[in-house]
Design a protein around this ligand. Structure first.
Ligand SMILES: [Ca+2]
Ligand SMILES: [Ca+2]
Length: 313
């Protein structure tokens, strides 16, 4: 990138900036080229990430991802001039995360996918594979209530492409339109629903972001596409070992106020299925209902008589 001034003082113009030097993965190094037609007493480059340089031709490395605005200020014997209209630098270092979850047999299990993105996104292409010991069947996807819930492209911005139930893979494409890019941030973007098997099994089934055929995981930002880092997850089946009460399915199997909140949320607010229904049957009724009787038992255990929840059943 060049920052140079006309020899006629009073304006600073004539920026040249090869576009292919402005977009890359962190750590990302750029070389700046200061040019001017007459005597300059001082250069000051502001790289937009809190770093500056007084060199005429500095080399700078962006160590973190983000969108940065470069500024160039020169001081001449007739005053200082600043250029603000330099192009933006896009530095990528973003991660797609497949969450983990727990479920019982014969139910709909949900796994959430999140993205941590430091640049605005216009498209996410997520090839997924759920091949594993359980024979999970894909059911549906949802963006309700998530960071992607306001995507306004066709079909709510969601396309399930190349679904192959027998190979247990598909590619989910999330698109924004040009007016509503998803801003930088971190959080859930996609809920995946699977049917779990009817016969009792226990263990873990991987849910992975894996490219296949021509489908590769990519994120698209304004200057182009790039490959995100990826963290994969698992779906645990055979939930509720020992006693019930771990309504939020925390991996340490602790029964505490978080489970009370999860149970109240299920009963009174969103009625979203509890990941492991048998954890919610705290009074151990034989039909396995999760209702206000279970809430009473949980409150009793946590605050009143400390009577432990019933065994899983
Ligand atoms: Ca818990
Ligand atoms: Ca019950």
């Amino acid at each position: 990138m060049h920052c140079w001034t006309e020899s006629r003082l009073g304006s600073i113009a004539g920026l040249a900036h090869p576009a292919d030097t402005l977009f890359g993965a962190a750590p990302y190094t750029i070389t700046l080229d200061g040019r001017v037609g007459r005597s300059i007493t001082q250069w000051r480059w502001d790289f937009g990430d809190g770093q500056t340089s007084g060199d005429q031709n500095p080399v700078h490395t962006y160590t973190r991802a983000g969108v940065f605005n470069i500024r160039c200020t020169i001081v001449t014997d007739s005053g200082a001039y600043r250029v603000d209209s330099l192009p933006q630098v896009y530095v990528t270092g973003d991660t797609l995360v497949v969450g983990s979850g727990a479920a019982d047999t014969s139910m709909s299990a949900r796994i959430d996918i999140s993205v941590d993105n430091r640049v605005p996104l216009s498209q996410m292409v997520i090839p997924l594979n759920w091949d594993g010991p359980f024979g999970l069947t894909f059911d549906s996807v949802s963006t309700a209530g998530l960071r992607t819930s306001n995507l306004t492209a066709a079909n709510g911005g969601i396309t399930v492409a190349d679904l192959q139930q027998s190979n247990r893979r598909m590619t989910v494409v999330l698109n924004s339109d040009s007016a509503s890019l998803m801003p930088p941030g971190s959080g859930r973007i996609l809920g995946l629903y699977f049917h779990t098997p009817e016969t009792m099994v226990s263990g873990e089934n991987p849910i992975q972001i894996v490219g296949y055929d021509a489908n590769e995981p990519i994120l698209r930002t304004i200057p182009g596409v790039y490959t995100p880092f990826r963290i994969n997850g698992v779906l645990r089946l055979g939930c509720c070992t020992g006693s019930s009460g771990n309504v939020d399915s925390d991996p340490d199997n602790i029964v505490d106020i978080s489970d009370l909140m999860a149970l109240m949320s299920f009963l009174f607010f969103d009625s979203k299925p509890i990941a492991c229904a048998r954890e919610g049957n705290i009074d151990g009724d034989p039909e396995g209902r999760v209702d206000i009787s279970d809430l009473t038992c949980l409150v009793d255990f946590l605050y009143v008589s400390f009577t432990p929840p019933s065994a899983c059943r």
